[in-house]
Design a protein around this ligand. Structure first.
Ligand SMILES: Cc1cc2nc3c(=O)[nH]c(=O)nc-3n(C[C@H](O)[C@H](O)[C@H](O)COP(=O)(O)O)c2cc1C
Length: 336
């Protein structure tokens, strides 16, 4: 089975969200660093597509670290650093890794061949139209047409403290026509997402991902110190599911016709069905599935079984006709 979303070819309608599975493979056969430990219990090639962590032109430490050679006795220090970039909060997670990544060329050198069995979407992040242009040119050079499903532009991340809305249109105007691969635009709930979706339509973007995590803050109640090194972070998981549903629905009500990949707190089959009813064409598993309290990773094999069954159920699912709303006539979009 394949699903064609306006040129973005997926194996089915269930994806995994950017970064939760790192670059799509562990560093070595036994080193899962950067990849949710749950991932080893699921054949990742069964997903509609796996979206990489956001990659930049140069390697970036961000608010964490690029070290991969932590010794056992350094683990407490590593976990402390990790805890300043990712924290469990009520109903979800707050993170600010700040695009900590090995850079696009090293991704192609070290992970691209090894993840050839997966249907991949490569997430790209930059601070100018020129940077996005360079990233697209590197992907054009290193990934043959048809080898990846798409590139996803992350022009909506709060953890790098940059006003992306000031460059979005220039990025789309410059980098979308350059790309030999379909382009997906990831929308932020904190920006004018309806306007950004309209810009995406105008500039030849193939599909939208909705939503990126929500800008958030947590402080230590004793001291007032922020929990995260970056002070602000991004909220993901169950807490943001209703926000994601609202935004998918609002995009449809506004008459946005591009395919939408939903990403917001999705955990089980009912979540997927809810997003399909709201107007999504595909759904993506993020922190509600791949991040757990440490001891719960021990239940990985059971969770792996559940995820495999979920993939099967989404594969067999018939998308509903879109529900008509007073604002927009969405009937007739049955064959989306
Ligand atoms: C630890 C962590 C790291 C993330 N890194 C990225 C990233 O590099 N690029 C990106 O586009 N989104 C990133 N995201 C956002 C997710 O891809 C996803 O869109 C968001 O978490 C909402 O989905 P969820 O509620 O299902 O987790 C990250 C999320 C988490 C929790």
């Amino acid at each position: 089975m394949t699903v064609d979303l306006n040129g973005v070819r997926l194996r089915n309608r269930l994806l995994t969200s950017s970064s939760l599975l790192g670059y799509g493979a562990g560093k070595g056969r036994l080193i899962l660093y950067g990849l949710s430990p749950i991932a080893q219990w699921v054949p990742l090639e069964r997903f509609g597509a796996v979206v990489t962590r956001t990659l930049t032109t140069e390697p970036r430490e961000g608010n964490f670290s690029l070290r991969e050679d932590w010794k056992l006795w350094e683990f407490p220090a590593m976990l402390r650093a990790y805890g300043r970039a990712l924290r469990r909060v009520d109903g979800g997670w707050i993170n600010a890794f700040g695009w900590s990544n090995i850079g696009i060329e090293r991704y192609f050198d070290e992970y691209y061949e090894r993840t050839a069995k997966l249907n991949r979407i490569i997430s790209l992040g930059g601070f100018s139209a020129d940077e996005f242009g360079s990233l697209v040119e590197i992907v054009n050079r290193r990934a043959k047409v048809g080898e990846i499903a798409a590139v996803e532009f992350n022009v909506s991340c709060h953890n790098v403290n940059f006003p992306f809305e000031t460059i979005l249109e220039e990025v789309l105007a410059k980098a979308v026509p350059l790309s030999r691969h379909p382009v997906i635009l990831k929308l932020s709930p904190d920006y004018d997402y309806l306007e950004h979706a309209r810009l995406a339509e105008r500039h030849g973007v193939a599909a939208l991902t909705a939503i990126n995590s929500v800008k958030a803050l947590r402080l230590d109640p004793e001291t007032g110190e922020p929990l995260l090194k970056n002070r602000y972070g991004s909220l993901s998981g169950r807490a943001i599911k209703p926000i994601g549903l609202r935004i998918v629905s609002e995009l449809r009500e506004a008459g946005i016709g591009l395919p939408i990949i939903a990403s917001a707190g999705i955990h089980d089959f009912d979540d997927c069905r809810e997003f399909f009813w709201a107007g999504a064409d595909a759904v993506s598993l993020g922190s509600a599935v791949w991040l757990k309290r440490m001891p719960l990773y021990a239940l990985g094999p059971i969770e792996g079984l559940r995820i495999r069954r979920l993939i099967g159920r989404v594969e067999r699912y018939q998308l509903p006709a879109r529900v008509a709303t007073p604002e927009a006539d969405l009937v007739g979009a049955v064959d989306r």
